[in-house]
Design a protein around this ligand. Structure first.
Ligand code: GLC
Length: 489
């Protein structure tokens, strides 16, 4: 006890010192810390700042599954403690041999990162290892890796170098679930723990600064894992790193392995990860929607390359980003490179189209915080200083009426130059678009129809922070204490 208190004291002093020098808190030796002390480091609030400001990241799902155009997460016929999935399955031996054909000769990490950057993405998360167990880097712990595919290159290194060169932030997706390791949740899982901790050590040691560790859902019992040791190592190697909420997500609780509250809190990580849908309106806890840009024709999957997948329109990509940002979240938009290493043309076209969109509307995305208006079918709001941005998706005869604001609106303009006017009284703030053919249409994602998404910039007189403002008729349901974002549909 004495020893622990003394260490906590030292840890606090260290954190205070780090903060006073403007750097992230750091840990001395992971072997010395426990979940309580780790939580103190993990919850240092300033470490989230860049992520809360940056909003938009590129997710990349890629590996040998692209060779057979099968879904990366579900294609294998038999694997322990996993769901069978809804899509096509392959015999194990066939899946395991796919990497012998993995030769993406046209992959150009630098170009991909430049494309993401031009599209306004500020960070990138890459599947270092997915459920199949194939490592996209020169791991020394398994032969099942990209160096032993015909391509013979360390894909993680190429991406890490490009990401650092172009000033983005780097994230590794790592699936703890593993179809290839003989010990994973079979018999003594400690062999597997040694292996996966060792792989995380490699990923956090050999590739410079890593900003995000993005685990995926996992199975098993709490007693199957050594999470304190894992997180101790993570924060020792990369003190500033953010970790998503999936390191222990779906690990079963049972008598022998119930985690302490501190350990449970630690493994919950820094942010939540609603998948394939826009997260609920929520400003009290960070979240990030992960969203495939292309989905299978049945609406499932699409994380990795599948030729029959249907790619969302560029308008929908922009609206989904706006819905996340005004709902209090980030968006991690996924692409699945083809076996050649290139992006499918529809995904590339969307990324290219985002560039001019961001040039016009980027100020309403980056560095903002959600509110004061609560999101609804009408759209949503975010703010920065004395400016409120409204991302409007629905207009009634070219007009939008919202409850009034407690501060005076001095100026209103539509980003992109359209002419607008507004009136503000004690009850309402009403904005009119002076567009000749603006009709009462609902938002549309059909690329042939003109999107109704408009971004308005309201400049307010200076004043105090505002409370959230519900928009009548729009805030439908509450779910688990948070408001369902109608853009979820
Ligand atoms: C789902 C998919 C998996 C993918 C993940 C991303 O869990 O099964 O393949 O990596 O979503 O969030």
């Amino acid at each position: 006890m004495m020893c622990r208190m003394k260490f906590s004291h030292t840890l606090f002093a260290l954190i205070a010192l780090c903060i006073s020098f403007g750097v992230s808190p750091c840990l001395a030796k992971s072997s010395q810390v426990n979940a309580t002390e780790l939580s103190e480091v993990a919850t240092h609030p300033a470490k989230m700042d860049w992520w809360l400001d940056d909003k938009f990241g590129l997710f990349i799902h890629w590996g040998p599954s692209s060779v057979a155009s099968v879904e990366i997460g579900w294609a294998r016929a038999s694997h322990p403690f996993d769901h069978q999935g809804k899509l096509e399955l392959m015999p194990d031996a066939e899946y395991d041999a796919l990497y012998k054909q993995f030769n993406p000769v046209d992959f150009d990490a630098d170009q991909l990162v430049r494309t993401a950057k031009a599209a306004g993405m500020k960070y990138l998360v890459f599947t270092a290892k997915h459920h199949d167990g194939f490592s996209n880097w020169a791991t020394e712990l398994s032969d099942y890796n990209s160096m032993n595919a015909p391509y013979g290159r360390d894909i993680c290194k190429e991406l890490a170098d490009a990401v650092h060169k172009h000033g983005l932030k780097l994230g590794w997706y790592y699936s703890t679930r593993d179809w290839s390791h003989p010990d994973y949740l079979v018999g003594d899982n400690s062999q597997y723990n040694d292996y996966y901790h060792g792989q995380i050590r490699e990923l956090l040691t050999n590739y410079g600064q890593v900003d995000v560790l993005w685990f995926d859902h996992v199975a098993g019992k709490w007693s199957d894992y050594r999470f304190e040791e894992l997180f101790g190592m993570i924060y020792e190697l990369q003190p500033q790193i953010l970790v998503n909420n999936r390191a222990a997500k779906f690990v079963f609780r049972h008598k022998a392995g119930t985690p302490t509250p501190e350990l449970f809190a630690l493994t919950k990580g820094d942010y939540e990860t609603p998948e394939g849908k826009i997260g609920n309106f929520r400003v009290d806890y960070p979240w990030e929607t992960c969203m495939p840009m292309s989905k299978g024709p049945d609406g499932h999957g699409g994380w990795s390359y599948r030729p029959e997948a249907v790619t969302a329109s560029f308008e929908k990509c922009a609206q989904m980003l706006a819905a996340c940002v005004t709902g209090g979240g980030n968006m991690l938009l996924n692409v699945g490179p083809m076996p050649s290493g290139e992006l499918r043309s529809e995904e590339l076209a969307n990324l290219k189209a985002l560039k001019p969109w961001m040039q016009t509307y980027g100020e309403s995305i980056y560095g903002t915080r959600a509110g004061p208006y609560v999101s609804g079918q009408w759209g949503g709001a975010c703010h920065k200083g004395n400016v409120i941005y409204l991302h409007v998706f629905e207009w009634a005869d070219g007009q939008l009426s919202l409850p009034t604001l407690p501060r005076k609106v001095l100026h209103c303009e539509a980003l992109g130059g359209e002419s607008v006017s507004f009136t503000q009284n004690a009850d309402a703030l009403t904005i009119r678009l002076h567009e000749s053919k603006m009709r009462s249409l609902r938002r549309t994602f059909k690329p042939t129809e003109r999107s109704l998404h408009r971004v308005l910039k309201l400049t307010l007189e200076p004043g105090a922070d505002m409370a959230l403002i519900p928009v009548e008729g729009h805030v439908a349901k509450q779910q688990h204490g948070t408001l369902v974002n109608p853009m979820c549909e």
